[in-house]
Ligand binder design. Structure first.
Ligand SMILES: *Cc1c(COP(=O)(O)O)cnc(C)c1O
Length: 453
């Protein structure tokens, strides 16, 4: 529920639960929701009975626009796209957020409490959070986004919800300003406690667990666990690919995880130089959900790579805050084979989208194209027999301007979203000022608390 731990660290499981190859093989043909339950169970323990967990997962995935939830589409001899964008906001974040919101509601109902979610978004997280929490009677959600810096479709996914418990808040600033405001609210401990703040950004452990499912489902669909797989993951905050790492730690034989970055390439540079160094600025690309300066979940990987040494991680993170650069050569060397990192520039993204469309008729969005380019770069004659799965994290219709520039056409929204572009919007605008934002959050959450009392 807390997201960030009070000492500033991130939560990780004490030990990775292990699945046998037979248990993994038995996922074949099972509904997505049932596989999700099997993977959640070791983490949930006895705190939610299995029947209830199953009902929650089935409900969460009933709103997806494809019966398989996350279907695979073959786009080349040994390359598949894993479509993770059939949820209500057309990006992979729905897969975790729809489940997480219901799990949080369940826990709050049992405890009799309320929480306030504050989240900063560069685009996709905000819509996914508002869609997942709208109508909840125990959660107020306030999403901060940088005014004028998200796509129309992304903004409307945050501003057209009519429920009283969800609020879109445009900040006169950048995404980094929004993120700093959220951090500052969490560091204001009296405020944090008074409002029962909770975080649902990609460091929330519940999101990582919910993202395990599609790694297992896709692997089993293509002959796993006896056939080796490689997954290529469009990466920003390292949450999605960390779920791949976790799937491997739990027993799924993944030969290689490919970190696909766009021109914001801190991870690619870390892999090629051993230095994890913040860039001076964030470059705006056609894959804005990966436009990050620092990958917040990378800390979890560091913990694993350093043999689960907290002191090492604490030191490194302090070093990063102080000098904006840390050396990692010693710990990531053993991962050079099982992880690969590729940087995909804007020209390659556009070329890939046009080429795949011409060759197979399939339309990739720019995030997914990063994964496809990176997968192809890492394929060698020795790894051609491996099934390469590129995570398709967004629907091309979510980024119509970028797609039009690249292909000359604006992809139409799926029919289930046909009122999105005409529905009235509800949004508040505030300056980049902590006091003003805290007053807003307190007012909105307090109003509902008052009404409930
Ligand atoms: C959030 C997002 C990503 C990056 O995922 P991380 O877990 O932050 O690495 C990639 N693609 C899309 C479409 C996203 O919304």
């Amino acid at each position: 529920m807390a997201g960030l731990a009070r000492d500033g660290g991130l939560y990780v499981p004490k030990a990775w639960p292990k699945l046998t190859p037979d248990a993994i093989g038995a996922f074949a043909g099972k509904p997505f929701a049932d596989v999700a339950v099997a993977l959640l169970e070791p983490y949930v323990g006895a705190s939610i009975p299995r029947g209830e967990l199953t009902a929650i997962a089935r409900d969460a995935y009933s709103r997806f626009g494809h019966p398989a939830v996350a279907p695979l589409v073959q786009i080349d001899r040994s390359l598949w796209a894993l479509e993770l964008f059939h949820g209500p906001t057309l990006a992979f974040k729905d897969v975790a957020m729809q489940l997480l919101a219901r799990l949080m509601d369940r826990v709050l109902a049992a405890r009799g409490g309320r929480i306030t979610i504050v989240a900063a978004t560069s685009g996709d997280t905000g819509g996914a959070a508002i869609e997942a929490f709208r109508g909840s009677s125990r959660v107020d959600a306030v999403v901060l986004f940088p005014l004028g810096r998200v796509s129309d479709v992304q903004r409307r996914m945050m501003t057209t919800a009519t429920e009283e418990n969800v609020h879109a808040l445009a900040i006169e600033g950048t995404f980094d300003d929004c993120q700093a405001l959220v951090k500052a609210m969490f560091n204001d401990l009296p405020f944090r406690d008074r409002l029962h703040l909770a975080a649902v950004n990609s460091i929330n452990w519940g999101r990582i667990v919910a993202q395990l499912t599609y790694y297992f489902v896709a692997a089993v669909a293509l002959g796993g666990p006896s056939r080796p797989m490689a997954f290529s993951v469009p990466t920003g905050n390292f949450g999605d690919i960390f779920a791949g790492y976790a799937a491997r730690a739990m027993g799924l034989p993944i030969e290689r995880l490919v970190i696909a970055t766009n021109e914001n390439d801190i991870l690619y540079r870390a892999w090629s130089t051993g230095m994890y160094t913040l860039a001076d600025t964030v470059v705006a690309t056609t894959s804005p959900s990966m436009d990050i300066q620092v990958s917040s979940n990378f800390e979890r990987f560091l913990f694993e790579a350093a043999g689960r040494d907290s002191a090492y991680v604490r030191n490194k993170m302090a070093g990063l805050r102080q000098s904006r650069s840390i050396g990692l050569g010693d710990v990531i060397v053993p991962y050079r084979e099982s992880f690969a990192a590729e940087r995909v520039d804007e020209t390659s993204v556009a070329d890939c989208i046009r080429r795949v469309k011409a060759e197979s008729g399939y339309l990739l969005d720019p995030h997914s194209a990063c994964a496809v380019v990176a997968a192809r770069k890492t394929m060698t004659s020795q790894t051609q027999h491996i099934a390469h799965i590129a995570l398709a994290t967004a629907h091309p219709a979510k980024f119509p301007d970028a797609m039009e520039t690249i292909t000359g056409e604006r992809p139409p929204l799926p029919a289930r979203l046909d009122t999105l572009l005409s529905a009235p919007e509800r949004v508040s605008v505030l300056p980049n000022d902590l006091g003003a934002v805290e007053r807003f959050v307190e007012d909105r959450a307090g109003r509902r608390r008052g009404a409930a009392a």
